[in-house]
Design a protein. Structure first.
Length: 297
């Protein structure tokens, strides 16, 4: 494995070591909420080249690893892709991921079809489908990657294709979504939109939501039964209360919310708190039950 894979493999190994024989429960208490939140810190970024046989260089660090949740979230990575650089075309047999660009634009590839998409945007990369990302511009692109598996195990197969100079489709021939605030709909005190539902993913990955919390308001309640959440703060400042614990939130934070935990996410700054909420089910049966509970479109 190269680059991203090596970090994921290290996180998975750490999980096995902590779990002990036969996944034994730890006697120690869980870490405080504030210590479980991943923070974007460019000083921690690791410089890499030819990631998955891609072009040029990028820098990134893990926000959350395989030990962040009991569900099969394998990692959340945050970084920056240098100009004329990217992640080469590869695929996964047992996991799937989602590349997110937070600014600028980039060329996304799925199964050999490539399209330029302006950020903030995301493309889900389903299990068994080849994918890549290339920054053809002269400016760095802020990047996020989320990976969920059938198990906690990461795998990849590189295709030796950097996608430099790839032919471009005018219209994307794959699923792609943009984080467009104008398309959010009012639900209670917040505005939100489901970007990707359970039908998009083949692992226990259940959904991706875009949420905007106005100053002083809160996203309250809990995830659906059997669903954990990873909340990424796209903009703004706030406070998280999870299972009775409180911790501050700022842009670039990744918050894990365990299955069954009540959570309140409040905007505490003068600007709205903008969130990406990713749901991961306990298993495929829990995901199926969740999907069956949704209202018909």
């Amino acid at each position: 494995m190269k680059g991203i894979g090596s970090l994921a493999r290290g996180a998975a190994l750490l999980t096995l070591v902590l779990a002990g024989p036969a996944g034994a429960q730890q006697a120690t208490a869980p870490r405080p909420l504030a210590e479980r939140i991943g923070h974007t810190d460019p000083a921690r970024y690791r410089q890499l080249s030819k990631v998955h046989d891609g072009a040029g260089t990028m820098a990134f660090a893990p926000l959350l690893g395989a030990d962040a949740l009991s569900t099969n979230l394998i990692f959340v990575h945050r970084g920056v892709i240098a100009p004329h650089s990217g992640i080469g075309q590869h695929f996964h047999h047992q996991c799937e991921e989602m590349f997110v660009i937070l600014d600028g634009e980039a060329q996304f590839t799925v199964d050999g079809r490539t399209t330029t998409i302006a950020g903030p945007a995301a493309v889900p990369d389903r299990m068994g489908h080849a994918h890549a990302l290339y920054n053809a511009s002269d400016r760095p692109v802020q990047w996020l990657n989320i990976n969920v598996g059938q198990t906690k195990r990461y795998d990849n197969l590189d295709l030796g294709d950097s996608r430099e100079g790839a032919a471009l489709d005018r219209v994307a021939q794959f699923a792609a979504v943009r984080f467009d605030r104008d398309r959010l709909k009012l639900q209670g005190a917040v505005r939100m939109r489901r970007l990707l539902g359970p039908e998009v993913f083949t692992t226990p990955w259940a959904f991706v939501d875009h949420v905007l919390v106005p100053p002083g308001a809160a996203l309250d309640g809990a995830a659906a039964p059997g669903i954990s959440e990873m909340v990424y703060v796209m903009a703004g400042a706030g406070e998280a209360q999870v299972a009775g614990e409180r911790a501050p939130l700022r842009a670039g934070d990744a918050l894990p919310v365990e299955v069954g935990a009540a959570r309140t996410l409040r905007a505490t700054g003068a600007a709205p708190l903008e969130l990406m909420v990713v749901g991961v089910a306990r298993d495929l049966a829990a995901k199926a039950a969740y999907a069956a509970s949704l209202p018909p479109r």
